[in-house]
Design a protein around this ligand. Structure first.
Ligand SMILES: [Zn+2]
Length: 340
């Protein structure tokens, strides 16, 4: 089968890879209907994360089950399925507490590489959620968004305790930040402040429910959030970038007693203990337990109540994956959908 391999930073190739096979009796094999390029794929692409030789890429996927192992009981061949970027058993104590991304048996799908024609899905019964019937083609981008960016934005909004009566600020206008805006709206937030300086992203943020757009960043961004919140800061802040600047901006934009959900993959961030101490801010974040939210998200998408697939503003055939990476790296595209 053909799949994306990152050889060295900037060198994305689509090449023949071994066909996936059932290895564990709990595995399933899916034919990938759609995959995509993630903001986090850009870290190794840009050489920020070290590469030890060529690696298969991709951890977001939707597809049709082709084959299941002997111990798979609920997932069946022919089903259309959505899964998260962590394979998880969904039965261990950590999973049952709602933290499937820290499952004691978890497998990172990025090590398998779903930017490919087919993929092996470990722990299929726990990892995969089947859609009600075969989805209409126009729902596929939204279902793919649920696989990562929507679930991650949702976790960010939940971690920030977005809800009725709350003012929610979102730091980061990538696909996750935009989905956090959508999530905050769904969770009933009263006011949603999207921090973005890119017109097309501001427009999408407004479509997803942002009531205000803040174009300032850093200290000026913090000052603007305070100005919009009676000098206090937001009740809830979602951080969806993962840099020192965005984390600092998020902490300082949260009011005392408020909640900050941080879901941008953290890179070289250090927060001063004294500032955290005096901030009186609740912090919660990490790799999102997307699996926890998938049934709800799939239902909202199937009922056409949300349309997170709008974050995909470029669709390319798998063979042109390299162009997809370039477009995201240069911020010409918010998110790129790949069709094998
Ligand atoms: Zn588990």
């Amino acid at each position: 089968m053909r799949g994306v391999v990152l050889h060295t930073p900037g060198d994305v190739q689509v090449e023949e890879r071994p066909d996936p096979m059932i290895i564990e009796p709990t595995d399933a094999i899916i034919r990938v209907t759609a995959a995509c390029v993630c903001g986090s794929d850009l870290w190794p692409y840009r050489g920020v994360e070290k590469l030890d030789g060529p690696v298969p890429m991709g951890h977001e996927y939707v597809g049709v089950v082709e084959e299941v192992g002997s111990e798979v009981t609920t997932i069946k061949p022919g089903q259309f399925v959505v899964g998260s970027f962590w394979a998880s058993d969904n039965t261990c104590e950590t999973c049952r507490s709602g933290y499937q991304s820290a499952c004691v048996h978890r497998v990172l799908m990025g090590t398998i590489g779903t930017q490919a024609e087919r993929a092996r899905i470990p722990l299929a019964d726990g990892t995969l959620v089947a859609t009600p019937g075969m989805p209409d083609a126009d729902l596929i981008p939204s279902l793919l968004a649920a696989s990562d960016v929507l679930g991650t934005g949702w976790f960010g909004a939940v971690a920030a305790q977005a809800g009725p009566g709350k003012t929610v600020a979102v730091v980061g206008d990538g696909a996750v930040g935009l989905c956090a805006v959508l999530a905050a709206k769904q969770l009933g937030a009263e006011r949603i402040l999207a921090m973005s300086r890119h017109a097309p992203r501001q427009e999408l943020a407004r479509q997803f429910g942002a009531t205000d757009v803040v174009t300032e960043r850093g200290d000026e961004g913090v000052a603007r959030i305070k100005e919009l919140t009676g000098g206090l800061g937001a009740h809830s802040v979602v951080e969806a970038v993962g840099t020192q600047e965005s984390m600092t901006q998020a902490v300082r934009s949260t009011r005392p007693g408020g909640h900050m959900g941080f879901v941008g993959v953290s890179h070289d961030v250090s927060l001063p203990g004294d500032e955290l101490f005096f901030s009186l801010v609740h912090l919660h974040g990490g790799p999102a337990p997307v699996r926890e939210y998938l049934p709800k998200l799939i239902e909202l998408i199937a009922n056409r109540e949300i349309d997170p697939g709008k974050v995909f503003d470029l669709t390319l055939p798998l063979a042109q994956a390299a162009e997809g990476y370039r477009a995201m790296d240069e911020r010409r595209a918010i998110k790129v959908l790949l069709t094998p």
